[in-house]
Design a protein. Structure first.
Length: 297
């Protein structure tokens, strides 16, 4: 599954030497921690209960929509990081979503974060599920957006979406086809411009380097995920409150996947938004309100 957003922009080259904008006072301060036998790059913003954010295939911590982050940061301390093997982090020594979940738990140890709410989008939802299963004491609330439960309970998206999903270097048109509905492509282009402006101002890190080899390894990890029902079975034992969020027009992850996730996990709730795979960007105010209400119980 993909959440490839802005690799093609080459922002690191475009904005070298550009000045910072005074319009956005927040400046992303990237830090580094030793976790899972490698170096993890991370930063935080906002105040409130901690919210660890896990993004999708071949994506760095810079590729979350800055407009969504501004809203979430009003009531949450956001913790964003690069998975091992991409961005500013060190090499990835694993081959599975379990290893990425372990790296997340190690990072939380390294930054003295015993427990947090966890938001996993797309492939990040796989990592979030494994984190909640393997390290249940670390997750206080689980938010799964545009993801699936694995095994034969998964319904894949359209053939075109799956093809794009496995492409290390998708075009702008391919990215927007997955993330936004056909009649909302203008909104998708505005999102890309927000990334440009936020990178220029320093609001998000200038951090868009994703080796094709890492993307291929992440995509390859989906094969055992889809062949085994282990994850789906283990979801039934989760006790963490869970919010399953879906885009009704998502070509990558059909809505039925989130219905099955919500039906499998006790103490879970399903909420459906307009939009495609980037529904949480497109309908960011409603999504943020849903997260806040869910967190408040």
């Amino acid at each position: 599954m993909r959440a490839r957003l802005a690799i093609y922009l080459g922002l690191a080259a475009i904005f070298v030497g550009c000045g910072q904008s005074s319009a956005k006072p927040f400046q992303a301060q990237v830090r580094f921690a030793r976790a899972d036998h490698t170096r993890i790059a991370w930063y935080e913003r906002g105040q409130g209960p901690p919210l660890v954010m896990l993004t999708g295939t071949g994506s760095t911590m810079a590729e979350w929509d800055p407009a969504l982050l501004r809203l979430l940061a009003r009531h949450h301390r956001l913790v964003l990081f690069d998975y091992p093997g991409l961005g500013l982090s060190g090499p990835w020594h694993g081959r599975s979503f379990d290893s990425l979940a372990n790296a997340t738990a190690d990072l939380m140890d390294a930054i003295h974060l015993p427990q947090a709410d966890v938001l996993g989008w797309s492939m990040g939802g796989f990592v979030a599920q494994r984190l909640a299963i393997e390290h249940p004491q670390r997750v206080s609330h689980l938010i799964l957006a545009g993801t699936n439960p694995g095994g034969n309970h998964t319904v894949l998206g359209t053939p075109q979406a799956q093809k794009i999903d496995s492409e290390p270097n998708p075009s702008e048109a391919q990215i927007l086809h997955e993330l936004y509905p056909p009649d909302r492509q203008a909104e998708g282009r505005r999102f890309l411009r927000r990334l440009e402006r936020a990178s220029q101002s320093g609001e998000i890190p200038d951090d868009f380097h994703v080796p094709a080899s890492t993307t291929r390894t992440q995509v390859a990890a989906e094969d055992p995920w889809l062949r085994s029902n282990r994850n789906y079975r283990q979801l039934g034992a989760l006790t963490v409150p869970t919010l399953a969020a879906a885009g009704i027009r998502d070509p990558v992850v059909p809505l039925i996947n989130l219905r099955r996730v919500a039906a499998r996990i006790p103490s879970s709730k399903l909420i459906v938004f307009p939009g495609a795979h980037a529904f949480l960007f497109q309908d960011r105010r409603s999504f943020t309100q849903a997260v806040d209400r869910f967190r408040e119980g």
